[in-house]
Design a protein around this ligand. Structure first.
Ligand code: COA
Length: 323
């Protein structure tokens, strides 16, 4: 059975660190409130003129180097972002040009914080059905650009960054022992638009506005939906939670991570956590966490990874991936 196998991953974070104390100089908040409610201690902020495609390109270069291939070997770029450089063309095509990739296809996927899970599912489908043999899946965001820096209930939660994963094609037996993407499970429910959105945008006739969120409602839906999709992914593959080596969740905030881990019953030491250093980087958070786990040696070849995310839409989903 044709499988999409991970060849390497990489990450890029903007240089500028913004601590909670730095934010407390802008809005009425403090380090203690932010740490207690979210687990976030600092986030990175893109420099003036540094765009989502710049972060994505740096992460992609690191992933290609880890995979030991060049951009000309790629057939496909799928880039997840809710903060594209421009309304069009796709940010993926800017990355394609910056990498010097002159063939294949490049496009964006928009599923907000679930973007990487969606993009990985799309790339995996294209690889398995033979439309591509090598793919670059990227999550990249500059959320600092769409935050209302006068709203303390949202501006403390997000950060900028990018992560990337190179996939190639391998052969498996078609069961849970195979290396590669075992399955993806995607969901959305558009009735919840108003709980998490950015106002404005091309067809509304207004310039892009700011992120708006009903934090408590999002929190409750997140824990419920994430637990359900984890169960769904395990059941679909005849797996039990004990067989999962690492949960690599979207890093929304520490309390969502802890509540979800408790609800599904995975020990905290099996959860890769970066939210303290990165905050919520939306579609970038899973590949950033993946790259952190690989770089420090926790994630090893053959390990079973469970990726899960929930975001605006609502969208949510999971991928099972044997590294
Ligand atoms: N600093 C200090 N006080 C703050 C604050 C801040 N940054 N932000 C909000 N507050 C205040 C509120 O004004 C409110 O004050 P009040 O009681 O005087 O009205 C109080 O803290 C409680 O606010 P509330 O929104 O009920 O807090 P909460 O416990 O729900 O925590 C979140 C807020 C945003 C941290 C929490 O709801 C959350 O994590 N939600 C999920 C958000 C998320 O991760 N979304 C992305 C999903 S992809």
């Amino acid at each position: 059975m044709r499988r999409s196998v991970a060849l390497g991953c990489g990450a890029y974070l903007p240089e500028r660190r913004m601590t909670n104390d730095d934010i407390a100089r802008i809005v009425d908040t403090d380090d203690q409130w932010i740490v207690e409610r979210t687990g976030i201690r600092e986030r990175r902020i893109a420099a003036v003129g540094e765009r989502t495609s710049d972060l994505a390109t740096r992460a992609a270069e690191a992933a290609l180097a880890a995979a030991g291939i060049g951009a000309s070997d790629l057939d496909l770029i799928v880039l997840a972002t809710a903060t594209p450089d421009d309304t069009f063309p796709a940010t993926a095509t800017k990355v394609q040009a910056a990498l010097g990739m002159r063939r294949g296809a490049a496009f964006d996927v928009q599923a907000v914080c679930s973007g990487f899970v969606y993009a990985l599912a799309v790339a995996d489908s294209m690889l398995r059905c033979g439309q591509a043999a090598t793919a670059l899946v990227i999550g990249a965001e500059t959320f600092s650009r769409i935050l209302d820096w006068t709203d303390r209930s949202t501006c403390v939660l997000f950060g900028d960054g990018a992560g990337a994963l190179v996939l190639g094609v391998g052969e498996g037996q078609g069961d849970k022992r195979d290396r590669g993407v075992l399955s993806s499970h995607l969901h959305s429910d558009g009735r919840y638009h108003d709980l998490l959105y950015v106002d404005g945008g091309p067809s509304s006739g207004a310039a892009v506005g700011h992120l708006r969120m009903a934090g408590r409602d999002v929190f409750k839906h997140a824990v419920t939906n994430l637990s359900a999709v984890v169960e769904e992914a395990l059941t679909a593959n005849g797996l039990v939670l004990d067989e999962v080596d690492w949960l690599v969740p979207h890093q929304a905030n520490r309390r969502i991570l802890d509540s979800t881990a408790r609800k599904i019953g995975i020990p905290a030491e099996k959860v890769i956590v970066t939210v303290d250093r990165h905050a919520n980087t939306s579609a970038a958070s899973i590949p950033l966490a993946l790259a952190a786990g690989v770089a420090d040696g926790r994630i090893q070849r053959g390990h079973l990874l469970l990726l899960e995310a929930m975001g605006g839409g609502f969208t949510w989903g999971a991928n099972l991936l044997r590294w």
